[in-house]
Design a protein. Structure first.
Length: 242
């Protein structure tokens, strides 16, 4: 029998998730949770209680459980045998590792993509880039950013490289969201980079595309690193003040 405290926790809706209209597939639940995580509605370390999530999104626990496992595979959710599921925490060490790996691997993908991307795909990339306004929500920006880079970065024929890049891109969504939340000018610089990337691809200039992409990645990493340092300093100051 549930305690009154547990019942109160279950009945409390979580913010920003909305109701799910998909009764069977876990895809809708995974998409809603992903949006909430990368936009900061569900901050790093948030305890994700399956019953609460199911009630909030008007689904059974099964698609929630499946969605959490999918998000775990993407690196957005962590499972602990004692605490259960929590939103993956961004850290400076992981940031440095993820972006160092991307700086090494992305140029390999560009080298192949420069010869396979079509004018039609570049037109589609341009349409996505134009949708990325400075006023759209964080989750919408991150989603559009993923869509744009999926077109531009492509899917390398090498299966291991493709798998590595997909994993790194999934985890990077947290850091991209963190960057646009902490630097009001980050979107403007990213928008300029996206336009320059598309233009460089149209000329099939691999060196130019690589240089722009590396600068783009480094900008995101620098913004997030600064924000994490500030957060750590603020936390330390708070502890010392006690």
């Amino acid at each position: 029998m549930k305690s009154s405290k547990e019942t109160a926790r279950v009945s409390k809706p979580l913010p920003g998730l909305g109701l799910s209209t998909a009764r069977t597939a876990h895809r809708d639940v995974a998409d809603r949770l992903r949006h909430a995580i990368v936009s900061g509605v569900l901050p790093s370390g948030t305890h994700l209680i399956q019953v609460e999530l199911a009630q909030t999104m008007n689904v059974s626990v099964t698609p929630v459980r499946e969605a959490l496992r999918e998000l775990e595979n993407e690196g957005l959710v962590d499972f602990d045998p004692f605490r259960g599921a929590t939103v993956h925490a961004v850290t400076l060490d992981e940031l440095e590792e993820i972006y160092e790996l991307r700086r090494v691997l992305v140029p390999l993908a560009i080298r192949e993509r420069i010869s396979t991307i079509t004018d039609e795909q570049l037109d589609e990339a341009e349409r996505v880039a134009k949708r990325m306004t400075l006023r759209m929500s964080d989750s919408e920006w991150v989603d559009a950013n993923r869509e744009l880079h999926t077109i531009l970065d492509g899917a390398p024929r090498q299966p291991h490289l493709r798998s590595f890049l997909r994993r790194l891109s999934d985890i990077s969504a947290l850091y991209v969201g963190f960057s646009v939340q902490n630097d009001p000018e980050r979107r403007r610089r990213a928008r300029d980079d996206h336009r320059a990337l598309i233009a460089a691809y149209r000329t099939r200039n691999a060196d130019a595309v690589t240089a722009i992409m590396l600068r783009h990645l480094s900008d995101t990493a620098a913004v997030v690193a600064a924000a994490l340092h500030d957060r750590a300093d603020a936390s330390a100051a708070g502890v010392n003040a006690i």
